[in-house]
Design a protein around this ligand. Structure first.
Ligand SMILES: [Zn+2]
Length: 133
């Protein structure tokens, strides 16, 4: 069990809800800007005013890079909501330690403590550096 009490979780959850709403208004604007043909491809049979969850589901397969970026953010939020429901929110997925509340305030969807995140990025950068040459 980590140091997050219900009040802190509620606060972080509220931050994520606000972010979710903002991302989806951007996603809807992006979809609206696509033009008829690409919009039809992105949405299939779905209407652009479908519920957020339905839209997330439908757009998962889209090739539109800008939309994919916003989708990644809402997916992170959906995953964080699942961790809240499972009671594992705020625990580092690598070492199991609690993630500092200050870090969660800045990144409510953080999955790792700052130490593991740095290590994760170091390894990732090293790996990408090798592939570039
Ligand atoms: Zn950790």
């Amino acid at each position: 069990m980590n140091g997050l009490d219900q009040q802190k979780i509620d606060h972080l959850s509220g931050l994520m809800d606000a972010r979710w709403a903002r991302e989806f208004s951007e996603i809807r604007a992006l979809v609206a800007d696509l033009g008829e043909e690409r919009q039809r491809v992105a949405l299939g049979e779905r209407a652009a005013d479908s519920s957020d969850e339905a839209l997330l589901d439908t757009l998962s397969a889209t090739d539109e890079a800008l939309i994919r970026q916003n989708l990644q953010d809402v997916r992170d939020i959906a995953a964080a909501r699942q961790r809240i429901a499972a009671g594992t929110y705020g625990e580092c997925i690598d070492c199991g330690d609690e993630i500092a509340y200050e870090r969660l305030l800045a990144y409510p969807t953080a999955k790792r403590c700052i130490g593991c995140q740095r290590e994760h990025e170091r390894v990732k950068t090293a790996r990408e550096g090798r592939s570039i040459g």
